[in-house]
Design a protein around this ligand. Sequence first.
Ligand code: SF4
Ligand code: SF4
Length: 476
Amino acid sequence: MSEPSLYKDRVRVYPRAVRGPARTFKWVVLAFCLTLYYALPWVRWTRGPGQPSQAVLLDIGHERFYFFDLEFWPQDIYYLTGALILGAVSLFLVTSLVGRAWCAYACPQTVWTDLFMLIERIVQGDRNERMRRDQGKTTLDKVWRKVVTHVAWLGIAFWTGGAWIMYYADAPTVTRDFWQGNAASQAYIFTFLFTASTYVLAGWAREQVCTYMCPWPRFQASMLDEHSLIVTYEGWRGEPRGHGKRTPEVVRKLGDCIDCRACVNVCPTGIDIRDGIQLECINCGLCIDACNEIMVKTGQPKWLVRWDTLAHQQARAAGKHDPFHLLRPRTLIYVTALVIGFVIMGVAMANRAQIDIAVQHDRAPLFVTVRDGSLRNGYTVKISNKTHEATDFAIGLKGLDGAAMAVAEEGEGRMPVLTLTVEPDSVGTYRVLVFGRPTKLIDGAQDLIFSARNTRSGETTSYTSVFMGPGARASR
Ligand code: SF4
Ligand code: SF4
């Protein structure tokens, strides 16, 4: 007996055009998302001299991320972590309330696939025409329509890849350099990669990305429950399904579903919503629009396919009413987590430091005994000036008796407080010598706190390092 094949050929999906509220909402979100993506790099933002004038820019060369008035340094990575966590919890909340709304309307795979399908429909016609042509012989008409479709897809894919690199460099400059052949090689490589991936994923792979490649459908089930709003088919009302006009006699034998398959024909993933909840269903609601059209035509009540909860469906099937339960343990947990997360992020952002100091003790020598009997330790002090002006920082010390400092390159004029200047939006690096008479050495070391104060704003920060003396080990 031959082994069953583990491979199944893809059944090509030919979604039919449909009209209705779900489709209209999908167009609106699509237009918003695409406009945002393509236009955002061109939005200008004034930050002052020497600063980039692009509102949203990930400047990898200078290790900065600009988002309108906000500027993030590499050490601010935990804000990105916080934003990702808040985004994930928001997605959990939305999913638990209204199912796969993200997949249905805002996921880039959905948005670009929808756009590519629109092009295909404009050039090659609607479902039946496309199917007929694909199954027919190769003709000039078929060839030119296919060529125009793919050229249009490639054009959009290229535009998409080109827009991507504009988030990493000044948009007007990188556009000019790109066409003059002067852009960095990475600009060409990433444009090519994004062009290729957009063309393949939205033009060819389509629903297979959602069904086989994306992990989200696998674990979104854990966020759904019987009170989540999803696209449902009222089987208790529609079955037994059957063709034909609904005369009083037919109505006694058949349900409202006339088995026209309009709901299947418009589905972008090619499934039949009447089979119940399926992993492939992205909850787009196009089958609702399609079925409502049919219900109107056949003079039956609309919403045989509808957004509903499973609990509500079961109650309706039993002739009861079950109200929607927005407040449930899982939604309350997500809302609480979001509120706490937003408060923490808000407070952290409001108190975000404009200065930072990092200090590294010299590896060798660990200390030097100077002529007056005090000890000298050497440090590399890095001061981050996140303001847009050259700034003087007063560097002080705490924890060491008689402590004094000198900048290594400037001789040994010892001062209790050093004033160091750092250029705008940059890190100033100084080698600093600290002199003192340690009295609290444990195993040859004691804490030494460096403080940095912005002399203009008064903002202060500190860093705890060590001061070393006899008995110190190099491993500190
Ligand atoms: S079954 Fe309906 S809601 Fe689900 S993907 Fe298909 S058209 Fe969209
Ligand atoms: S569109 Fe409505 S009536 Fe037609 S097959 Fe689907 S559920 Fe039945």
